[in-house]
Design a protein around this ligand. Structure first.
Ligand SMILES: [Zn+2]
Length: 116
C-alpha cells in the first residue's frame, strides 16, 4: 500500500518572524521559495504529526511550557527554542523524507532527553 500524501495548505506570510510555522493544517512560510524546500516542509510536517497526536491545543500549551522551562534553565531564547523536544525531533529527522512513514506514535517523548 502506498503511503498517503500528507495534507497541508501553504500560506505565504512575509512578515513572519521565523522561516516557517506549522499551524495544522497550515504551513506558514516567510519566503515563497520555501514552499519547494522539501526538508523545511518535512520539518513542519513532523510538527503536524506531533500536533495531531496531542489533539492540537495541548501541543501549543506544552510547546510554550517547554520553551519557558528551557528559557529559565538557559537564559537564552535561541537555545530554549532548539532544546524543545518537538524541535529536537523535527531538526534531527527533517533530512529523512521517509521519517513520518516509520515514526512511532508520540516519538517526541524520547527527545525529552538529549540524544547521544
Ligand atoms: Zn520546528
Amino acid at each position: 500500500m502506498k503511503p498517503q500524501k500528507p495534507f497541508y495548505v501553504i500560506v505565504h506570510v512575509p512578515f513572519l518572524q521565523f522561516a516557517a510555522v506549522a499551524l495544522f493544517p497550515f504551513i506558514l512560510i516567510k519566503e515563497k521559495n520555501f514552499a519547494t524546500n522539501r526538508y523545511l516542509i518535512n520539518h513542519e510536517l513532523i510538527h503536524f504529526r506531533q500536533q495531531i497526536e496531542l489533539l492540537i491545543l495541548p501541543f501549543y500549551l506544552l510547546y510554550g511550557l517547554f520553551f519557558l522551562y528551557n528559557w529559565l534553565v538557559y537564559w537564552d531564547s535561541q537555545r530554549a527554542y532548539y532544546e524543545i523536544c518537538f524541535e529536537r525531533e523535527a531538526y534531527q529527522n527533517e533530512d529523512n523524507l521517509n521519517y513520518l512513514q516509520t515514526r512511532p506514535l508520540w516519538a517526541w517523548i524520547k527527545y525529552l532527553r538529549k540524544q547521544p
